[in-house]
Design a protein around this ligand. Structure first.
Ligand SMILES: CSCCC(=O)C(=O)COP(=O)(O)O
Ligand SMILES: [Mg+2]
Length: 232
């Protein structure tokens, strides 16, 4: 029985298609207006400047928007893009343009684990504000109260073992007693290298071809949260 659970979002608690077909197009459409309206706010400007610097110091906001839209199309998990997307999605959630998808088994199991006193943490490429919005406006209602902490790529990339070392240090639970859940085997490999317990969430809706044997890199595999067999 783990002492804490660390979970990914996209492809794990929630469908990839919601992120790709609802959230990303919403951010892509809204980006030009968002940058025009809020591009001078320091909390927005710092990320736009980071994008400009990374692209050889491009100067116009129009070009920065084009770079960001290209990154959305490529599904780049870039910290600046993720921070800006989170700010844009806030409007969508607040005006109820959408609610965040969560698989019913994930919502029910997270509720049960929380009720049993098992601390729950999120680690996603989505920014921490975006994670809070996501679980605050989910199909199952406001689930933010279930979580004891939130981590994004400001702590490090999801395919780097050091990120998981930093997370377990922040959580204060020995690595071997933290169970990390993800749909991406490379993320699980990094977590295992850092000593965490791992499980591959292999959802049929997201991955029609089951990833068994070598494809699962030896990580225990489950198609749903309730089938993980983790108490209570
Ligand atoms: C929680 S914000 C929406 C998801 C997102 O932008 C993303 O990149 C999710 O990646 P994950 O690390 O949760 O697979
Ligand atoms: Mg994922």
């Amino acid at each position: 029985m783990p002492k804490a659970i660390l979970t990914d979002i996209e492809g794990t608690t929630s469908s990839i298609s919601f992120v790709k077909d609802v959230l990303f197009p919403y951010a892509r459409r809204a980006l030009p207006g968002f940058v025009q309206a809020r591009g001078n706010e320091p909390g927005v400007r710092k990320w736009l400047d980071a994008v400009a610097t990374e692209n050889g110091g491009i100067c116009s906001d129009r070009m920065i928007v084009e770079v960001l839209q290209g990154w959305i199309d490529e599904d780049r998990k870039h910290t600046a893009l993720k921070a800006l997307q989170g700010m844009i999605w806030a409007d969508g959630y607040r005006s109820a343009d959408f609610t965040a998808h969560i698989y019913p088994d994930a919502a029910a199991t997270l509720e049960a684990w929380h009720a049993a006193g098992l601390p729950l943490y999120v680690y996603s490429s989505g920014s921490v504000p975006a994670q809070r919005l996501f679980f605050g406006h989910s199909d199952a209602g406001d689930l933010t109260g279930l979580f004891s902490g939130w981590f994004d790529t400001e702590i490090g990339g999801k395919r780097e073992a050091d990120s998981y070392r930093r997370i377990v240090e922040a959580i204060g639970v020995p690595a071997g007693e933290v169970l990390f859940l993800s749909d991406v085997v490379e993320e699980l490999d990094a977590a295992r290298e850092a000593g965490l317990a791992t499980a591959l969430i292999d959802r049929r809706d997201d991955y029609p071809q089951p990833r068994e044997g070598d494809a699962a890199h030896g990580h225990p595999r489950s198609e749903t949260f309730d089938a993980l067999g983790v108490g209570p």
